[in-house]
Design a protein around this ligand. Structure first.
Ligand code: HEM
Length: 465
């Protein structure tokens, strides 16, 4: 039986959650400069949401936004090997994750990808599910305390904590309660605060491949994270094959010639799993929970779906595949607030994209944020409408215009993990709690390391009636 058909449609008005107003290019540049380094979203001119390919306003270095889906696929698949990950992003992430899977290219990347993939298959996610459930249970206990207390708390912080806890449990078989894991979390928060995926000042002012000095406190935070990841890794190495977690799967991975990752390489890869595995999910879930905290009719509908599919019992791994409305809420949130706002590449040589000239050293930006709100590919692009992902409305979709997990060979290795985790948390936490956003009118998105609110979103919580 289809859960969607049997779930009652409660009255609900489509609404437009916050986004920066699109302005002409020159005014957008002035606004972005005024708002400081953090928010590249403010730099996007109104034309960006209409053009197939074109320049991103003014910058010393040529910067091109690519929107047309076939060109997007070409850049991200990179058959000629001329569009590696952008030097700006690689430099920003280097002290934390070295030359690991997220940033490497060519043969190094192919070897790493073949070794990491088996650690994140759906079957592996199934094995990691009890650890995800334990994370959800810990979150419920802390929300119960918050409900008793009644005071507002930061949704962003709660989500970072919760998803980091789940990564610690699934990757390392420990929780954020452990001292080492908590110190990794604190140092990571410092890193996240200081590093943007694409720093706006660098983008506007620097030439290609300019060497970027890292701030000292960022380097210190990265060194600390790597030391602690090393300690967690050593516990696994010392125990032999006693653990059944993602870290163990990466330790056991072998390349085509039977070689394992070295200790240094393992720390790089575990750094990626920690970074890509919790920061992205925290970003996505912050927006899901913020939106639902302002839309009680959507919450009522998702509760009806959970009641129908799971009854009074637990939300199981199998259930997470049978909750289409929750999945569509997650999909629609990833459309409007893709955690990885931009997928920046650099042109290693002069080339052209369907006749559009690309200079050597140009930044070639595929921007899920822009593509997902493009006027030619979406009906009412800024409106939150989870039902647009209903199979009955498939005809409205433009193939290749929805890429929250990327596309082509570099597509997210953890997409299955992220989707199961999100559906489980949304189903469990909204089943038991009512969230209320304290000042929703103040919430504005910014492109930092991921798509985050400019200021923390404050919420209160009550146990559901
Ligand atoms: C909602 C959550 C997530 C989103 C939206 C997301 C999005 C993405 C995107 C867009 C990319 C491609 C970047 C590019 O082409 O430049 C990527 C790569 C990657 N993601 Fe995710 N991700 C999420 C969660 C996760 C999780 C939970 C893990 C691991 C547990 C993970 C591991 C990775 C890895 C290892 C890569 C690098 C793949 C490669 O380059 O071969 N991600 N992710």
């Amino acid at each position: 039986m289809s859960a969607t058909l049997a779930t009652p449609m409660l009255p609900w008005a489509p609404f437009e959650p916050p986004h920066p107003r699109s302005l002409p290019a020159v005014i957008a540049l002035l606004r972005a400069m005024l708002e400081g380094e953090g928010n590249l979203l403010g730099l996007l001119p109104a034309e960006a949401y209409r053009m197939p390919i074109g320049p991103l306003g003014w910058s010393r270095r040529s910067t091109v936004i690519v929107n047309r889906p076939d060109l997007v696929r070409h850049v991200l698949s990179d058959p000629e090997g001329i569009f590696p990950k952008s030097d700006l992003m690689v430099a920003a992430l280097d002290p934390l994750i070295g030359d690991s899977i997220f940033v490497s290219s060519g043969a190094t990347w192919r070897r790493q990808r073949a070794m990491i993939d088996p650690a994140l298959t759906m079957m592996r996610v199934n094995r990691a599910f009890p650890a995800m459930e334990a994370g959800a249970e810990a979150a419920e206990a802390s929300l119960l305390r918050a409900a008793r207390d009644g005071a507002p708390f930061s949704l962003d912080l709660m989500m970072s904590h919760l998803t980091a806890d789940i990564i610690c449990r699934t990757v390392f078989s420990t929780s954020l309660e452990s001292r080492v894991a908590h110190e990794v979390f604190d140092a990571f928060t410092e890193f996240e605060r200081s590093v943007a995926q694409v720093e706006i000042r660098r983008l506007i002012m620097d030439r290609a491949w300019t060497r970027i000095p890292q701030k000292r406190h960022v380097l210190e935070a990265c060194a600390l994270i790597r030391r602690h990841l090393g300690a967690l890794l050593d516990t696994h190495l010392a125990a032999g094959a006693d653990f059944d977690d993602i870290c163990e799967a990466v330790i056991e991975a072998r390349d085509g010639e039977g070689r394992a990752f070295t200790r240094q390489e393992l720390i790089d890869q575990l750094g990626v799993l920690f970074l890509a595995g919790h920061e992205t999910s925290a970003s996505a879930l912050t927006w899901v929970f913020f939106i639902l905290a302002t839309q009680p009719a959507l919450v009522a509908r998702l509760r009806a779906e959970v009641a129908e599919v799971c009854g009074e019992g637990p939300v199981t791994f199998e259930h997470t595949k049978r909750l289409p409305f929750i999945r569509n809420i997650f999909r629609e949130t990833l459309r409007l607030y893709p955690p990885i706002t931009f997928l920046p590449r650099v042109a290693n040589e002069a080339t052209s994209l369907d006749g559009y000239p690309i200079r050597r050293g140009a930044l070639v930006m595929v921007a899920p944020w822009v593509l997902h709100r493009h006027e030619h590919y979406w009906k009412r692009p800024h409106i939150f409408d989870p039902d647009r992902f209903d199979p009955a409305r498939e005809g409205e979709m433009t193939p290749g215009a929805y890429i929250p997990f990327g596309i082509g060979p570099r597509v997210c290795a953890g997409a299955a993990f992220a989707q199961v985790e999100a559906v489980l948390l949304i189903a469990r936490l909204f089943r038991r709690f009512d969230f209320h956003a304290v000042a929703p009118e103040r919430v504005r998105p910014a492109a930092r390391l991921t798509t985050r609110p400019v200021e923390q979103v404050m919420v209160t919580v009550r146990t559901a009636a």
